[in-house]
Write a protein that binds this ligand. Structure first.
Ligand code: IDP
Ligand code: MG
Length: 140
């Protein structure tokens, strides 16, 4: 089985409601190891760059405004099949459609303020990890 790394973000709705510990507990409980973590307040330019793939989508401006509305926690998660495993425990983008017990089903406020980000492919995971972390900051 392959060990992978994926990028996770605990979004401003999660930091605002003091949910970072509860969410980290679900991440660790699923067997994923938090091998890097930092709390940041993204600038508008940083949020726009991170979400550049969504710039043509109608919600892009609101998404950027939401992501800079408070601090976030950016993390590298490591484990077997980490990219898909994290997507599974996150649940669907729209919390109304998320499976019970997923992070979004339990904690998300809306389709936008949905508590967590997770890379959607191994290729994007590598790119997103390098957006936030230098190799020296990742400690398995
Ligand atoms: P994902 O986070 O489940 O991968 P994406 O489609 O990549 O979902 O969308 C990125 C983020 O944009 C979502 O997590 C959510 O915060 C926001 N978003 C997605 N769809 C909508 C929408 O229809 N309205 C408002 N915000 C949305
Ligand atoms: Mg996505």
């Amino acid at each position: 089985m392959t060990q992978q790394r994926t990028l996770s973000i605990l979004k401003p709705d999660a930091t605002r409601r003091n949910l970072t510990g509860k969410i980290n507990s679900l991440i660790e409980g699923a067997g994923l190891k938090i091998v890097a973590q930092k709390r940041l307040h993204l600038s508008k330019q940083q949020a726009e760059a991170f979400y550049a793939v969504h710039k043509e989508r109608p919600f892009f401006g609101e998404l950027v405004d939401f992501m800079i509305s408070g601090p976030v926690v950016v993390q590298v998660l490591e484990g077997e099949n980490a990219v898909q495993k994290n997507r599974d425990i996150m649940g669907a983008t729209d919390p109304k459609k998320a499976e019970p017990h997923t992070i979004r089903a339990q904690f998300a406020e809306s389709i936008e303020a949905n508590s967590v980000h997770g890379s959607d492919s191994l290729e994007n995971a590598k790119q997103e990890i390098s957006f936030f972390f230098a190799g020296i900051e990742i400690l398995p």
